[in-house]
Structures are given as C-alpha cells and as structure tokens.
Design a protein around this ligand. Sequence first.
Ligand SMILES: Nc1ncnc2c1ncn2[C@@H]1O[C@H](COP(=O)(O)OP(=O)(O)OP(=O)(O)O)[C@@H](O)[C@H]1O
Ligand SMILES: [Mg+2]
Length: 248
Amino acid sequence: MEIITVKGISKSFGPLQVLKDISFTVNQGEVVAILGPSGSGKSTLLRCITHLELVEGGSISLTGRDMVKDGVYVQAEQLREICLKVGLVFQNFNLFPHFSVLRNITEAQVHVLRRDRKTAADRAAALLEKMGLSDKAASYPGELSGGQQQRVSIARALALDPEVLFFDEPTSALDPELTGDILKVIRSLAAEKMTMVIVTHEIPFAREVADRVLFMDGGAFIEEGPAAEVIDNPRLDRTRSFLARLNR
Ligand SMILES: Nc1ncnc2c1ncn2[C@@H]1O[C@H](COP(=O)(O)OP(=O)(O)OP(=O)(O)O)[C@@H](O)[C@H]1O
Ligand SMILES: [Mg+2]
C-alpha cells in the first residue's frame, strides 16, 4: 500500500526553483533514504511533505488522504488530520530546554491529542524504556548527550502515533560513535514496519538502514533503486562522483 504519493511538485524561493517536478512513492513499512549534495533540495522536500512549506503545483497524498491536489490544498481541518499522522525528527533535536525529558514527550500528547496527563506519562515512560532512557525522564535536555537528546526527540515524535516518520539528518550533529544508537532505534522501528524517510549524508548509515535510496541533485531525483545497488554500483557519473567524494 502506498503511504506517500508525491506527483509533480514544484517549489521556488523567489527566482530559485528548488524542487522541479518531483514525483515518488513510498510503500507502507518501507525505509527510504534521500541522498544528495548540499543545497539539492532535500530539506525543502521534507518540509513540503510535512506542510512546513507550501508547494506551488503538483499533488501530495499521505496515508491515503489528499493533502494537496494539482496545487490546491484541502481544507484546514483535513490538513490538520493528515499532519497528525506524520512525525518529523530534526538534525538539532528541537527539544524544549526548560522542560524535563518526560514533559518534552507528554506536552504534545496532552495539547494536540488531548490525552490525559496520566495516559501521556505512561506512553512517554514506555517509549523512554524502548529508547534505553528510562533513567533520564526527570533530566533536562541540556543534561543529555546529543545521541540521548536525539532519542528523546524520536520518542516525542512516536508518542503521537505517526504512520510515517521523516528524519532530516538525524545523525549529523552526533559524534560518530553515537550514530550507532540512532541506527539501532531506526532498525527496531523498521522491524515494527514503521514507514520512514531519512535524509542523510552518512552513506554507510543509509546502506544499513534503507530499503531504497533516492538520489537528489538540483531539485530532482536523478537516480533511485535498492540501497545496496545505488550505493555500491551507481548508474550515473553524477551519483558516483558524489559518493566517491563522501567516501574520501
Ligand atoms: N526559506 C528559504 N528561503 C530562500 N531560499 C531557501 C529557503 N530554504 C531553502 N532555500 C534554498 O533552497 C535550496 C535547497 O535548500 P535545502 O535546505 O532544501 O537543501 P538540502 O539539500 O537540504 O541541503 P543540505 O544537505 O545542506 O541540508 C538552497 O539553495 C537554499 O539556499
Ligand atoms: Mg538539509
């Protein structure tokens, strides 16, 4: 079942066209990595799919519901429902520094999903255990390592029961030895058939975790295929030289 369907979307910032007629689909339970040079439009694409930016044309549907069709967005209430099904994890964690770890994970459950505090706290505790962070519930983000903060931000996204999770460079602010923790979490989510789209510059990470790789350049996907195939044996010179540069 297709859970993300993107057809012919475009996006410009002033005279700069950042996304050029992009189309792709992601199936339920698939893990897709988006690779590509800096400035190629990867973050903009995630921001458009998660409704942090508006597209200028094309269609996006998520979890079987239209978000925008031929450039026309659905009503606000429908948009809100769709956005609730989608989680986004950022490079820099974006945790509230003045809230405890527990409160970072309960706040949106209470205010967005209207869960009672007890239910929200139970859910947060279960997720913290899953992330190996049960002992950090009362800590503040500033007291945690980058890898721990990133796991809290993943727990926060999961607490809202998303059907799709998007990650924008989830490991790039981390020391290399902490990348393994995030990899482990993403692997366990993949085993539970969570659909995930991950923008990353870490090629070994993408090769490990993704079923499929999309390679973006200049606002378009120029190559795609099974992760091992595209990474080990790219078809295009452009992809090959990008990968070679990163591996140096
Ligand atoms: N809000 C904005 N206003 C103007 N230009 C923008 C805006 N956001 C992004 N851009 C431009 O759009 C292009 C694509 O940016 P984007 O952040 O999507 O790239 P990226 O592929 O995520 O790069 P990186 O790998 O460095 O994160 C860049 O040229 C950037 O300067
Ligand atoms: Mg980016």
